[in-house]
Design a protein around this ligand. Structure first.
Ligand code: FES
Length: 578
């Protein structure tokens, strides 16, 4: 429980390593002294890990090299002993084939870093897409006191006096370049202005969605997720987080004390009100399963129907995270929907969510809309079921053209992403604006790693004719900064024999967003015949992490965690020899 000191110094987990007359304690003390630390540092003080996902190739965390010193400052001030532990940084644009292939690896790394070292509590530093869920998953499973420092969004992009949004405007410029409406000079000029400060993507992509969800889960200090990385308030939030974690250790205040089902519902409601990324439907399920909260994909549809989208932020809206911060940020938005939240939910600072958002005001009703002028009456995520996706699929309908909300059209099928890239711009491709583009083998196993290929490109000949949206279906994910009528996360995926694998070009497909269905007009008998003729594709990996991943990854409707990680079975503390 928060607020009460429950742990005495000799009960600190770290003191097993440091105290007593034993060869192992001698070794730990002498090796700490080798680094210049003395008993005044490592005796009877909470040892606080800082899991830092900085690296020379993670642009979104480039300020973490400095920010970690501010976290340490706070830990010293609070009376703790900071221990920085670097972890893989999962830079979204650089890691191939997909950071999602490695999210669980970072989650395991975080958990095992904490288990194997003399650590009493942890500050988690992340923000670039998969780092937030990975660190929260690892911390939830280890279940020692933990708090999250969100990287903060980068400043608005700037190009020829226009604001540019991460991802969203890249796709738009790419479509315009392919359609021939901008030239290469403009294309190169835009790339110098679209990402101009440290911090994660500043649209409502997966990063802003998941850092906001982390705050709504109760795992950050209040207001932390909205502060731009370049703002000096971000540095002060980092040191305040360092001070707070030390108290959390004395209070023995753990993730399992904070994150209850109510917190998870708050996080989902928050994602909906923000018009957040569809990726949240995977990551929040994974976190919920780690804590055995009895969660399921249907929660997203239920809460989506009740929650208006109030954040007018790209890609569903007009503004960017910097505008959101100046307009009051997440606390202000949450205060506007407080009747939809469990305000009694616990948070890291020991207060309830309701107390933390009490005084938060909105300063700009254009960016954070009023309840009677929402972006949309419902949240931005619909869960579909049908014979294409018996275990579910999702669509961000707020980023889709409403004319496709109820649409029937013939399938144009691509067997894989390479097949799509090879044929999509073929002038002879038999496709019209009413066709439904289907891509197979891009799911958790098939991708591998469920890459963000789900915003399938519009065929060039249709782009040139002015078409900018079509119905598209795959078992891939989509970047939170993407848009269009893209059905995603089809489960089970085609690579493992889901019905998506059985669709053929010409099959009539009906998407009914109002009715929450996605079906192909193919009889059960015909599907059975096609299944008999279907042969599984060759596995991607003969050995290594990829092989292990393919054996244990779960489907999107379960959160894509490894089956053996989704349990709360206790693991014994490591033996200290001698
Ligand atoms: Fe890091 Fe978008 S590239 S959040």
């Amino acid at each position: 429980m928060a607020g009460k000191k429950k742990i005495k110094p000799d009960q600190l987990r770290s003191q097993r390593w440091y105290k007593g007359v034993s060869l192992s304690a001698f070794t730990h003390r002498s090796r700490s002294k080798q680094m210049g630390y003395g008993p005044e540092e490592f005796h009877d003080k909470p040892a606080i890990a800082i899991i830092n996902t900085w690296s020379d190739i993670n642009q979104c965390h480039s300020h973490f090299k400095v920010r970690v010193e501010e976290v340490k400052r706070g830990i010293w001030q609070g009376g703790g002993f900071p221990i920085e532990l670097p972890a893989m940084s999962l830079s979204e644009p650089f890691v191939k084939p997909s950071t999602m292939l490695y999210r669980n690896m970072l989650a395991m790394e975080a958990e095992e870093l904490l288990r194997s070292h003399p650590i009493d509590g942890v500050v988690l530093m992340g923000g670039c897409d998969k780092t937030t869920p990975a660190l929260l998953m690892g911390a939830a499973s280890m279940d020692i006191p933990a708090i999250f420092v969100p990287a903060g969004p980068m400043l608005r992009g700037n190009y020829r006096n226009q604001f540019l949004g991460s991802g969203t405007d890249s796709w738009r410029f790419w479509d315009e370049l392919r359609a021939g409406t901008i030239d290469e000079e403009e294309w190169y000029e835009a790339e110098s202005g679209i990402a101009r400060s440290p911090g994660h993507c500043m649209t409502m992509g997966t990063a802003s969605t998941m850092t906001s969800a982390a705050e709504a889960l109760g795992m950050t200090l209040p207001g932390a997720a909205s502060i731009p990385a370049a703002d000096s308030n971000h540095a002060r939030m980092a040191s305040a987080t360092g001070r707070r974690i030390v108290d959390m250790v004395w209070e023995d205040y753990r993730p399992s004390d904070i994150i209850k089902r109510e917190n998870l519902e708050n996080a989902i409601t928050t994602v909906m009100a923000l018009g957040g990324s569809t990726n949240a439907a995977i990551h929040l399920l994974a976190i919920g399963h780690r804590l055995d909260l009895g969660v399921g994909l249907e929660m997203f549809d239920t809460l989506s129907r009740k929650t208006p989208v109030l954040a007018d932020i790209q890609p569903s809206g007009r503004f960017l995270m910097e505008d959101f911060y100046y307009s009051g940020g997440l606390r202000a938005l949450l205060n506007r929907i407080r009747d939809l939240l469990h305000t009694e939910a616990s948070t890291a600072n020991g207060k309830t969510l309701g107390e933390n958002i009490e005084s938060a005001e909105v300063y700009n009703d254009d960016v954070i809309r009023t309840r009677d002028n929402p972006m949309s009456d419902e949240g931005g995520l619909v869960v579909l079921k049908g014979n294409i996706c018996p275990d579910g699929a999702v669509i961000k309908h707020t980023a889709a053209d409403p004319k496709f909300y109820n649409h029937t059209g013939p399938a144009v099928v691509f067997e894989s992403h390479p097949d799509l890239l090879a044929r999509i711009d073929d002038p002879d491709l038999d496709v019209t604006a009413d066709s439904v583009i289907v891509m197979k083998n891009a799911g958790p196993v098939g991708g591998p790693g469920m890459p963000e290929w789900g915003m399938l490109p519009i065929p060039k000949k249709l782009l040139k004719a002015g078409v900018r949206d079509m119905v598209r279906i795959s078992d891939a994910r989509m970047s939170g900064t993407s848009y269009g009528t893209c059905v995603l996360h089809v489960a089970p995926e085609s690579f493992v024999g889901g019905n998506l694998a059985l669709i053929e070009t010409g099959d009539m497909i009906t998407l009914d967003i109002f009715g929450r269905t996605l079906n192909m007009e193919v009889s059960d008998e015909e599907l059975a015949k096609r299944r008999d003729a279907w042969t599984p594709p060759k596995p991607h990996y003969p050995r290594g992490y990829g092989w292990m991943y393919a054996q244990h990854i779960q489907q999107a409707d379960k959160g894509c965690d490894f089956d053996y990680l989704q349990s709360t079975d206790p693991i014994a503390e490591p033996e200290l020899h001698h």
